[in-house]
Design a protein around this ligand. Structure first.
Ligand code: AMP
Ligand code: MN
Ligand code: MN
Ligand code: MN
Length: 285
């Protein structure tokens, strides 16, 4: 099964419209697809309709920004009901700090000489309530501060580098309460991206497990082979379901295209086969 359960549209920090993503996913052989924009459900209606047109099975999804133990952790909610009002209100709250944060990021980048960083980031943001670091990263590339998006995130916008501002998102218990309240299943996104020790990651997994979290992304666009092995081992250890994701954002930017991630290791339990999620799949066959 070619499942790709994590990607972004222009409603958050991707560049393609949901319907363009559906067409691309189908062309790349994806059979089961989920759109998981950051902190918004806005793209889901279009994505679901386009998936139907393209013959893709679809899962309504979202990627929630969480602050945990001094770092930012992303939790993907799969199979959520997009009409759930508590989830929608919660996400509105998570988004509400983004504009003030963007102003602070822009102030820092101005000091480096970046021209009109706020206005330019907003020009890239398809949804003004969802301006984020990717939009600033595109501005830095445009103005020649970095060769590509990945080198931006080595030298700017990350802790200890210019353009990083601390921000409090929501808590892990709150994010899981919203996801579960909307009938969804919670998955830790790209665990290999969190620059913390093995012990801290296990602590995160323990807390997540105790809160009813069910899965982790073992295969992700941001994981190399070593990370796939590490998180396959931890999925077995914790009894988590495994997810497979490209985390695709844009054709020219993303290392891994929709549906082109490595397969999950054979012995793992795919999250889409979990009974909870299985019944939320909008099936095309
Ligand atoms: P924000 O939610 O505004 O903090 O932005 C987070 C987004 O920045 C992520 O979802 C990615 O799209 C992007 N990002 C963060 N780190 C990297 C990285 N190392 N390489 C590419 N994109 C990154
Ligand atoms: Mn992103
Ligand atoms: Mn993420
Ligand atoms: Mn993502």
């Amino acid at each position: 099964m070619n499942a790709d359960l994590h990607c972004h549209s222009c409603h958050s920090d991707g560049v393609l419209a949901p319907s363009e993503l559906a067409v691309r996913a189908a062309a790349n052989g994806v059979e089961l697809w989920s759109l998981t924009d950051h902190d918004t459900l806005n793209g889901l209606d279009e994505a679901r309709n386009a998936a139907m047109q393209c013959g893709l099975s679809f899962i309504d999804g979202v990627e929630v920004s969480v602050s945990w133990g001094g770092i930012t952790v992303h939790v993907v909610g799969l199979g959520i009901d997009p009409s759930n009002t508590d989830l929608a209100a919660g996400l509105t709250r998570v988004r509400s700090g983004r504009d003030a944060r963007a102003q602070r990021i822009a102030d820092e980048l101005s000091l480096l000489g970046v021209a009109a960083p706020y206005e330019n980031a907003m020009r890239h943001a398809g949804n003004p309530t969802l301006v984020g670091r990717s939009h600033f990263a595109r501005v830095l590339v445009e103005q020649g501060y970095a060769a590509d998006i990945h080198s931006v995130f080595r030298n700017f916008l990350v802790p200890g580098r210019p353009g990083f501002v601390d921000h409090l998102w929501t808590t892990l218990p709150q994010a899981l309460a919203w996801i579960h309240g909307a009938g969804g299943v919670a998955v830790i996104a790209h665990p290999g991206r969190y620059r913390v020790s093995g012990e801290r990651i296990e602590q995160l997994f323990e807390e997540f497990d105790a809160l009813g979290g069910r899965g982790i992304e073992v295969v992700s666009g941001s994981h190399g082979d070593a990370e796939v092995r590490t998180f396959a081992r931890l999925a077995r250890l914790f009894g988590f379901y495994a997810s497979r994701a490209s985390d695709f954002h844009a054709p020219e930017e993303s290392a891994v295209d929709l549906g082109r991630s490595a397969p999950l290791p054979d012995d793992l339990q795919p999250i889409w086969r979990s009974p909870e999620l299985n019944e939320r799949v909008i099936c095309m066959t």
